[in-house]
Write a protein that binds this ligand. Structure first.
Ligand code: C2E
Ligand code: CA
Ligand code: CA
Ligand code: CA
Length: 277
C-alpha cells in the first residue's frame, strides 16, 4: 500500500483483503494467548468396523470470534501457516487435546486422538520435545496420539520431515497420511513414508454408493494400504450404504457425518453413551 495516499489504500481491494487478514491474524494471536474460549476443539468419532467400537477420534479446531461470527478453519489455518503463527496454534491444540485424552482416561473412556499438524510444525526443531513434555505433563501414553499430515506436508522438507516423523514413531506416536489420493505421493514414496495409517480422502467416499469408479479406487487403495502394512480409514462417510460398502471392502475405520459430526468433548461423551446404550 502507498502510505501517502490513503484513498488509494482503501480503494485497492487486494490491500483491503490484506488488511482484513492482518486484523484477523492479530485476533487469532490474541485468542491463542488469552485462551478465553474463542478457540476450542471438537472431536469426530472413528468407528472400528471389525469390533463396532469407537476407539479413536479426530480433533478439529473451531474459532468463534467475540462478535459471534465463525471463521472457517481452512481459512485461519492457512493464515496461521503463512504467518508462522501455526507453531503456537498447534502447541495450543496439542495441549488441549492431550489434556482431554487424560480427562477421558480418568473417566474410564479410552480414546486415541488424532491431531492435524502442518509441515512447519514438523520442521520446527522444538516440536518433538514440546510434544513429549505435554504428554508427560498430563501423564498420557504417546500411543494414544496420532499425528495427521497431508501428503504435501510430508513432502515439504522431505529428509528432515521424515526423520522427525521417524523420531515420533520411535516414542509410540502414530502417523496418519491425510487426504490420501488427491496429493502427489508416488507409490515409490508411499513405500518409504513412516506411516501407520492411510486416510482416504473424502472425495472418493462422499458418493461411494453411486460411483463404481470410486468403488474401484477405494477397494484398491484399501488392499494396497493393507499390503504395505497400514491401517486404512475412510473419511466423509455420509450414508449407511457407503458404510456397508466400506465394511465389505475391509476398511478398518470409518469417519463421517453418518456416524457423527465433530462434537465438543461433553457432547461426544453423551453421544458415546447413546451409541453404546
Ligand atoms: P481435514 O483434516 O481433512 O478434516 C476433515 C474435514 O472433513 C473436517 O472439516 C470435517 O469436519 C469434515 N468432515 C467430517 N466428516 C464429513 C462428512 O461426512 N462429510 C463432509 N462433507 N465433511 C466431513 P473441518 O473441521 O472444517 O476442517 C477442515 C480442515 O481444516 C481440516 O481438513 C484440516 O486440514 C484443517 N484443520 C482442522 N482442525 C485443525 C487443527 O486443529 N490443526 C490444523 N493444523 N488443521 C486443522
Ligand atoms: Ca485430518
Ligand atoms: Ca482429510
Ligand atoms: Ca484437508
Amino acid at each position: 500500500a502507498n502510505n501517502q495516499n490513503h484513498i488509494h489504500y482503501y480503494q485497492d481491494g487486494e490491500d483491503e483483503a490484506h488488511l482484513d487478514r492482518l486484523i484477523m491474524l492479530d485476533e487469532l494471536k490474541q485468542a491463542i494467548s488469552d485462551d478465553d474460549g474463542q478457540l476450542f476443539m471438537t472431536y469426530q468419532p472413528k468407528l472400528h468396523m471389525q469390533t463396532q467400537k469407537i476407539d479413536k477420534v479426530e480433533s478439529l479446531i473451531r474459532w468463534q470470534r467475540k462478535d459471534g461470527s465463525w471463521v472457517n478453519p481452512e481459512l485461519f489455518i492457512d493464515l496461521a501457516e503463512r504467518s508462522g503463527l501455526i507453531v503456537e496454534l498447534t502447541a495450543w491444540v496439542i495441549n488441549t487435546v492431550v489434556a482431554q485424552v487424560a480427562d477421558w482416561k480418568s473417566k474410564g473412556i479410552e480414546l486415541q486422538a488424532a491431531i492435524n499438524v502442518s509441515a512447519q510444525d514438523i520442521a520446527f526443531p522444538g516440536f518433538h520435545a514440546a510434544l513429549v513434555a505435554t504428554l508427560k505433563k498430563h501423564n498420557v501414553d504417546a500411543r494414544l496420539i496420532t499425528i495427521e499430515l497431508t501428503e504435501r506436508d510430508m513432502i515439504e522438507n522431505e529428509e528432515k520431515g521424515i526423520k522427525a516423523l521417524k523420531d515420533l514413531k520411535q516414542i509410540g506416536v502414530k502417523i496418519s497420511l491425510d487426504d490420501y489420493g488427491v496429493g502427489q505421493t508416488s507409490l515409490g514414496r508411499l513405500k518409504m513414508l513412516p506411516i501407520d495409517e492411510l486416510k482416504l480422502d473424502k472425495c472418493f467416499i462422499l458418493k461411494l454408493d453411486a460411483s463404481q469408479k470410486d468403488q474401484f479406487i477405494v477397494q484398491s487403495s484399501i488392499t494396497l494400504g493393507h499390503q504395505l502394512g497400514f491401517s486404512v480409514v475412510a473419511e466423509g462417510v455420509e450414508t449407511e450404504e457407503s458404510l456397508a460398502l466400506l465394511k465389505t471392502m475391509q476398511c478398518d475405520h470409518a469417519q463421517g457425518y453418518y456416524l457423527s459430526r465433530p462434537l465438543k468433548a461433553d457432547l461426544l461423551e453423551q453421544w458415546l453413551e447413546e451409541y453404546y446404550g
